[in-house]
Every structure is written in structure tokens, then in C-alpha cells.
Design a protein around this ligand. Sequence first.
Ligand code: TPP
Ligand code: MG
Length: 372
Amino acid sequence: MELSHRTITQIGHYRDMDLTGTAPDTLLKLYFQMLRLRRTEEALHQEYHPADEMRCPIHFCIGQEAIPAALSLHVRPDDFIFSHHRSHGYYFAKGSPLRELFAEIYGKATGASGGKAGSQDISHSDTNFYSGAILAGAVSIAVGAAFGFKHKRTKQVSISGFGEGCTDEGAFWEAMNYAGKQKLPVLFVCENNRYATFSDQLKRQADDNVSARVRPFGVRATQIFGNDTVLAHRTIGAEIERLRNGDGPALIEAYTYRWNSHVGPEDDSANAYRQPGEMEFWKANCPIVLLGEKLRAAGLLTDALSARYEAEVAAEVAANFKFAKESPFPTDTHWRQMNYADASPLADRLLGVATRGAGFDQYQDEAKLGPY
Ligand SMILES: Cc1ncc(C[n+]2csc(CCOP(=O)(O)OP(=O)(O)O)c2C)c(N)n1
Ligand SMILES: [Mg+2]
């Protein structure tokens, strides 16, 4: 059955989750990972105001934990993830250190990007995680990385995470065209949550089915109920396996829903953009509740285990806040040192180009200004 936000709420309570073939410890790990991400996001959401110490916009991913949890169990350290503005889930999926996410949001020197990128542009190069606020920008970069992997025959996979709003951009379709033609090892993960800011996909596009439209570009595509974490885990695992064996590219379209505002903890419901009953449907089909019900019925999740998980996560969140709050702010840095290390071969090459290119005089003048 083709999925669509138009009809998905007719499912009522989702009952198709199938645990067969997924090991019990994997199922518990999926549950734990979702809980960690949910509690982390809830804590940041609650702490944002009135303290006002996080001085950057945050696009929270509460309600969208299934895909990050499933991805987190499949990506290898040498794989790359390139995320959009709603970055926390993908950062988490790559196993990048959460305390450096907290510190980044607090604008601290110990943050993943030295406190200067904030939530929606955060990167952690040690773990091969990058994000960017330019819609579809990171998709193109993910395709470039996959091109490198293919030609170096490394069996690494490039993962590109984005929302359906990204497919409003021309650059997205150029990326599909190139990845399909070159058969690149890139997994496109589209978390279709229906809205781009306050705008329904069906007001922007003729259909809310991205999958059908990427296939003619040579991109294999699968639709899934995106709050079924076990299905997400199985689908992502199978696709990554195929990509490592040269059978790419692939796209997974996961229908899901964000519970919070587009950005920040402020309530944006005054814009009245959601459909009646929709929030209730998605909350009733919370990915953590759906998996929790199944795990309890199978005797895998008990009250004691659940309490242990909660305590472990609460301690981690508290330690992350402490680390972020106690870390120092960064000192002034010249703009030339903010995007790359001046001593790197890439920087040398770029500066070499700059000495020959037009506009170099202006560049020199700016360089003389010194740190600001
Ligand atoms: C090139 C570009 N145009 C516009 C924007 C403004 N913008 C930021 S988020 C967003 C909506 C994104 O929706 P979607 O891709 O579905 O992701 P979601 O926020 O739903 O997770 C827009 C239009 C942008 N960041 N970049
Ligand atoms: Mg969206």
C-alpha cells in the first residue's frame, strides 16, 4: 500500500510491528536509544526558557526518534552522515558525543564546532558527522562524499538525512540525478513529517510521495511507517548492506511527525497549519510507546529495566548540562580560521587559488583587519 499523509491517520492504532528476526538485545537497544534521544530533547526543550543560555535556534526532533535509533545501530564509524537543520537525531545516530552537542548549543569552546555553529550547523568531524541549514545543501555534499567512496572502493556509505521540504529544492533533484546515474553508495533518508515550517507538502507539491518521484532517476525507494522502529531498523540494515556491495543509491521515505513547533520551544500552533486529529494520531503512535508495548508483551521490557534505563539517561543528561554550563566560551577567532585549519593542505590549496583569483585584493584587506 502506498503511504500518504492524506490517509495515514486512518490506520488508527498501528499494529503491524513485527519483532520476528530481530534479536532481543537489538530490540532493547533500539528502545534505549529512542529513550535517550527523547529525554535529551525534552530536557533541552524545557531548559531553553526562561534561562535563555542557549543562544541559537533549535529544531527539536521529539516524535521522530525511530529513524535515528535505527540508523545508530547500522552506521560504521567510517561512514558519514550529512544532516539538515533538524540535526540532533542524526548527530545522535552517528554516535557523536552528546556532551559536545550540549556545549555547542550553549556556545561553548568545548562544543562539537567550537561553540560557533549552534544546533542547525553543528559538525563533529572526528565522528564524520556534518549538518547544514541550507535546505538540500548537505544532500549534494553527501553525494560528493559517496562519489569519493565509490572511486576509492572503500565500502563506506554516505547517509543524507532530510525532510520532505528538502525536495522543494532544485539541488535535491540534481543530487538524485547524479547519484542514480553514477550508482553511488548513498542512502537518502527522508523523514516525511508533512510540513516545511507551516506549509503542508500537498500545498507545495502535486503529491506527498517522494519515493515514486525519485525512482525514474535510478534511485531505489522504499516507503515505511516511520514510527515503526523495528521496520526502520530492518529496512535501513538491508539498504546499507546493498550499498556496501555496490548496489546503490537508495532512498527510504519514513512517514513520521514532529510533535513540537518547527523551531524552538515556543508554541507555533497559532498558525493553525496542522490537520485536526493529526497530532493525537501521531502521539498515540509514539515510536517509543509502540515498541515499548511490544517489548512488554514479549516479556523483554519490565518496570525494573525501564526504571534503570530512565535513571541512566537522566544521569547522562545531567552530566551533559554540567559539562556545557561549566565550559568556557570561545575566544575571538579570525574568520579565516573558523572554517578550516589554516595549516591544512586544503587550506593551502584554497589560499593558492585565492592569490591568483579575482577579488584577492579585497581578501588581503580583510585579512589585515585582524581578529574581530
Ligand atoms: C535554501 C533554503 N531555503 C529556505 C530555508 C528556510 N527553511 C528552513 S527549515 C525549512 C523547512 C524544512 O522542512 P523539511 O525539509 O520538511 O524539514 P523539517 O523541518 O520538517 O524537519 C525551510 C523552508 C532554508 N533553510 N534553506
Ligand atoms: Mg518536513
